[in-house]
Design a protein around this ligand. Structure first.
Ligand code: PMT
Length: 403
């Protein structure tokens, strides 16, 4: 039972479908999931705290400032303790608040303070659902990695027909399982991902690095985990939270990154998204290099770093079944990517333009081309989170049947 022991914070907003939460809680409890409920003011018009507390066997939380309730004031701890936040029903109003970072009640504050995956199960009138404002708000949330299940189509509580029905309980449970990595297409697979820059010392205080933020690599690690893979992320120094449910190994130099990757083998799949320094200083100084009048600036003698991607892709018993590299280029993107595919011996290259005008380094968006033996596939501009999800789904498909 993959869900047993997992902790869900269930946010119930004000929609007629709130009553279906009672069934959702029962089914999750049957699977051994701990469910803690947060009810919005509007949600309390549709379902009572008493029934939620009875079914979840835990107190129900409604007020950000409740002095009798230690949960309300410690919302950061509460959102961190859960493995997953589920919003069901997710109303147009709560979706809008989330998209724009509003935190004016307990539910919206918890959602803003959370560093855990969030799964939305929207439910609303069809016109509200289709309204460009709602769709734009959802696009913002998807770009930030928020997951969604449903809505379905059919007769709505308001009497109209169309999209906007809360997803059925079994569908929501399947989405919860997928979000927690229990039953996705990569369940049972081991994945290795590299991310971020490497830094190469010049002396104890100076180093050579690059502009990689780790956003793309970390998003890939999270997306593979969401599809059920057991993921090791080997990361250079970045200012990002660790992806949920992923083993993170922090390194600095290219040689440390290679050693950590080799220690993480065997793996079914390796994705090298790190921006690895091609060269390092041959003999870093043990002491801080001093400036002195009349002494010319030092000349740095460089030597080549090991190529991690090429090492992982080299034929042999330890080679992952699928090895994916990136190509960061400022000109002739596809030609350089094709040359890298051949030179490094990997199965696929994800080519991205990193010229300053692209904003790829450090930005939230990316436009990639997949370059493989079968040809070149151009993807539209997407958030890095969506590039990661699409890539993870693509890799899961390629691995299918490859035991
Ligand atoms: O981190 P972000 O700010 O989100 O930016 C994302 C990104 C631009 C860094 C990412 O999308 C990306 O392109 N990563 C690869 C960067 C890079 O080093 O590309 P490259 O073309 O120099 O290297 C080609 C491939 O060889 C890469 O898979 C790289 O990880 C690998 N490599 C390179 C040198 C080396 N010594 N060892 C390697 O494994």
């Amino acid at each position: 039972m993959p869900l047993a022991g997992r902790r869900i914070l269930l946010v119930i907003a004000g929609g007629i479908a709130a009553y279906k939460c009672l069934e959702l809680i029962r089914r999750l409890r049957e699977r051994g999931v701990s469910v803690r409920c947060v009810l919005t003011k509007a949600g309390a018009h549709f379902v009572t705290p008493m029934s939620l507390a009875a079914l979840s066997e835990q107190p129900v939380h409604e007020d950000l400032f409740a002095l009798t309730d230690d949960f309300g004031m410690s919302h950061i701890r509460a959102s961190r303790e859960a493995d997953l936040l589920v919003v069901a029903p997710a109303t147009a109003n709560l979706i809008a608040k989330m998209a724009h970072g509003l935190a004016d009640d307990l539910a919206s504050t918890l959602l803003l303070a959370s560093d855990k995956p969030i799964l939305l199960a929207p439910s609303m009138n069809v016109v509200m659902w289709r309204h460009p404002a709602t769709q734009a708000n959802l696009a913002i949330l998807h770009g930030r990695g928020v997951l969604q299940v449903g809505p379905g189509a059919g007769e709505l509580a308001c009497g109209e027909e169309g999209d906007g029905r809360l997803a059925e309980v079994p569908q929501i449970i399947a989405a919860v399982e997928a979000a927690l990595g229990g039953a996705g297409p990569l369940a049972g697979r081991r994945a290795l991902v590299t991310s971020g820059p490497t830094v190469e010392p010049i002396d104890p205080v100076r180093y050579i690095a690059n502009r990689s933020s780790g956003k793309q690599g970390h998003a890939i690690a999270q997306a593979l985990q969401e599809l059920g893979a057991s993921v090791t992320l080997v990361s250079g120094p970045v200012h990002l939270p660790d992806p949920t449910g992923v083993t993170v190994v922090k390194v600095e130099t290219a040689r440390e990154m290679l050693a950590a990757c080799q220690a993480a083998l065997p793996a079914d799949l390796a994705v090298c998204a790190a921006a690895v320094a091609d060269w390092r200083v041959a003999a870093p100084s043990a002491e801080k290099t001093k400036k002195a009048d009349g002494v010319p600036p030092p000349t740095l003698q460089m030597v080549a770093n090991p190529d991690i991607l090429a090492t992982l892709a080299a034929p042999g018993p330890a080679r992952p079944k699928l090895v994916v590299g990136f190509a960061a280029e400022t000109e002739n993107l596809i030609d350089h990517a094709k040359a890298k595919l051949a030179r490094k011996g990997c199965d696929l290259i994800v080519a991205n333009d990193v010229s300053p005008s692209s904003g790829t380094f450090g930005g939230d968006d990316n436009q990639v081309h997949l370059v493989g033996a079968g040809g070149v596939e151009a993807w539209p501009p997407l958030s890095k989170v969506l590039v990661a999800r699409r890539l993870a789904a693509h890799l899961a498909e390629l691995l299918k049947g490859n035991v």
